[in-house]
Design a binder for this molecule. Structure first.
Ligand code: TXD
Length: 318
């Protein structure tokens, strides 16, 4: 029996998610959007490519939550993206209202789904989604860290002329300017990055520039596109999480997950390494942080808390 993935939001990321899921033959796809024509048109267009790419999944579009019933996975991109000059936090008020509608739409129709939230400002929106929907905390997770880590690894690969599959690293903390690329857990072809610094293979200044470029990775693309924000790499990152859940791969992935004491924080979502398997977020992995990494991580979680407090001013029910 094919699994069912519902995509709430059939925009740039939603359409790309649908295409990637179809090409991987991962699950049947329901595209949901308030602009139902967008959902129906993209579903039909991708379905018409099945003879070319030989995939056997059904795709449909709708603006009726009934059609999304009993989804195994729900990936949410409903919301507005940034315009040039906007920060992710500028999207808070409008996307908070949208995520409330989405939470009301899914909580009774797919109570057992694994819910991946992508809508920005990510860490606060995923936290609001879990509170509004009341779905289990280990089944509601945010996608950001995989994208930020992927950007960081790509920039290192470009600088060092090393294939991306030879670089291991990840980014923790909030999906914003306070995100924390974990330099002490960065390995280039098995060698710690600080060793490459001591061997003058890369300077500290260059490394700092790559960290900064990672933090601004979204804004760099928004500036080029002028209308809309990044969508290929975000979609690829969201599918990675859905696949780990549906196929019980138990991959360790950096995601915005609910903390219940881990890393010294409770009742907050933040980007941490988690294991994703058929039970959802099966484990929050506590890695050893250097003093600087711990400080940066704490600062990052603090900025998420501050933005959540702003969200509570908008909606005291949160
Ligand atoms: O790493 C990350 N998490 C970020 C997230 C990476 C890139 C983009 N990030 C955010 O994802 C971005 O800031 C936005 O908040 C979302 C979606 O970005 P996308 O580029 O896909 O936006 P689009 O193309 O505008 O698509 C959003 C769709 C659009 O078709 C609207 O009609 C629809 O959302 N929409 C809704 N669908 C369902 N229900 C409601 N209420 C609704 N309102 C709008």
């Amino acid at each position: 029996m094919k699994k069912k993935i519902t995509l709430i939001g059939a925009g740039q990321i939603g359409g790309t998610l649908a295409h990637l899921i179809a090409l991987k033959n991962l699950a049947d796809v329901v595209l949901f959007d308030v602009a139902s024509g967008l959902a129906k048109g993209k579903a039909l267009d991708i379905a018409q490519s099945s003879p070319v790419n030989n995939f056997e999944v059904s795709l449909s579009g709708t603006d009726n939550y009934e059609d999304t019933k009993d989804s195994d996975v729900i990936i949410i991109t409903a919301g507005v993206p940034r315009k040039p000059g906007m920060t992710r936090d500028d999207l808070l008020e409008i996307n908070l209202k949208i995520i409330k509608q989405v939470a009301d739409g899914i909580k009774n129709t797919s109570p057992n789904a694994f819910v991946i939230c992508i809508t920005n400002p990510l860490d606060v929106i995923v936290m609001a989604l879990q509170k509004y929907s009341g779905l289990p905390k280990n089944k509601v997770v945010g996608m950001a860290g995989i994208l930020d880590s992927s950007r960081f690894i790509y920039f290192l690969s470009e600088e060092l002329k090393i294939p991306v599959n030879k670089i291991k690293s990840f980014v923790l903390g909030g999906h914003g300017d306070s995100m924390v690329p974990m330099l002490d857990s960065t390995f280039i072809d098995g060698k710690e990055i600080k060793k490459l610094v001591s061997e003058n293979k890369i300077s500290i200044e260059k490394l700092d520039k790559i960290v900064e470029r990672t933090k601004k990775g979204g804004a760099e693309i928004v500036k080029f596109l002028e209308k809309g924000s990044a969508f290929y790499a975000p979609a690829a990152s969201g599918v990675e999480m859905a696949e780990s859940y549906l196929n019980d791969l138990k991959k360790q992935l950096p995601c915005a997950a609910y903390l219940n004491g881990e890393y010294g924080f409770k009742d907050i979502y933040a980007g941490v390494p988690v294991v994703i398997g058929s039970k959802g977020v099966e484990k929050v992995v506590e890695i050893k942080l250097s003093d600087l990494e711990k400080k940066n991580f704490n600062d990052s979680v603090k900025s998420v808390t501050e933005l959540f407090n702003a969200a509570k001013k908008i909606d005291p029910n949160l």
